[in-house]
Design a protein around this ligand. Sequence first.
Ligand code: AMP
Length: 423
Amino acid sequence: MASTIGAPRGTRDLLPDQTPAWDRVEAVARDLARRYAFARMEIPLFERVELFARGLGESSDAVSKEMFRVAGAAGSDEERADWALRPEPTAGVVRAFIEHGMHVRPGPLRLSMIGPMFRYDRPQAGRYRQFTQWDVEVLGDPGPAVDAELIELATRFYAEVGLTDVVAHVNSIGDATCRPAYRAALVSYFGAHVDRLTDDSRRRLQVNPLRVLDDKQLDPDLADGAPRSADHLCDECRAHFRSVLDLLDALGIRHVIDHRLVRGLDYYTRTTFEFVIAGREGQQQALGGGGRYDGLTELLGGRPTPGIGFGIGLDRTILAMDEQRVTLPKAGPLVAVVGTGPADHADRLRVAGALRDAGLAVRPDGSARKLGKQLESAVKAGAAWAVIVGEELAGGEVTLKDLATGEQQAVGIGSVAGLVRAP
Ligand code: AMP
């Protein structure tokens, strides 16, 4: 026997018993996108490496360690791996915004998409090499109201999928005016304690000192004493942050200020936020996160346009739903169509078609087995009802059988949908 081939490390197959939860979270995300007036937008799953290098920063983990590179066909111009699978969507969205001259559209632009992201990271629970995000981006709105609106939107998403105790961590990391002084304060502070830093943090201190605060291994006492960005904001950034916090208070959104929340990518400015289950901070990875990126469009060659967005990890959202034993809304009843005649398949398929016209989920039995066997299979497949096609079909009737109670009655095809949907 030939050896079998497994799925690539860090990827998952979603089997039919797992997909109802996915259908649910995707439906909630799409419906929220509609209610919050976000339009769907799609971009390729891969882009030029250079886009990510410039947009996310060479020093970010996503670029320096986790790029999933893609090469063209052997012998082609793209044989060198100049493309990478997208680790996050914002750089691609902003690339498309510039490429299609979208700044001329009536703004602010509110965009939404659901799709896979790829990071060549070490796989573990809740961390995959291919994972799915619901992403929203707003271009052309400097906030602060939209900052609060996005945090409120994400909070509402978690509530609507059935999660409890989700808390928003928020921070402001300033802008090009005040960040340099804050960086300098961090360099001077951590520089005096290099011996207590991990190797990774020592490297971060050289290239992007804010990211030392992101290091999960950072000595907690050292972290507590570190300079806080909120204390180093310029007047405009301080007023902006204050307004975001006031709006969150006014809306009753559960949040805490998290001075270590700098996020891993270079492009963030001002508001940063992440969502975690309260009391589980540190023990688990975030369920989602985002922030403002007012400088990114310019960095990628477009005209200055403020931006803000978030990415919600659907894999982790579903893991948290499993942990909290969230029950999914019940799916509609499944109807099996079975037949008494071995050669009545045209009738079965016609009846199935009529029931589907009425909106029902229908599974016709395609076998020539005895009726009893067909009914057994229907129960195993999860059908709540069987529609038995027999001689009465000539008069437009079928037998409707309740598979839980065994009761059955002759009914007109047109009344089946009403009867199986009745509470
Ligand atoms: P980030 O931009 O890294 O904060 O990612 C946003 C969200 O995507 C995170 O809060 C996670 O919920 C999710 N996420 C990021 N990386 C992974 C991964 N490797 N596996 C699963 N989910 C992830």
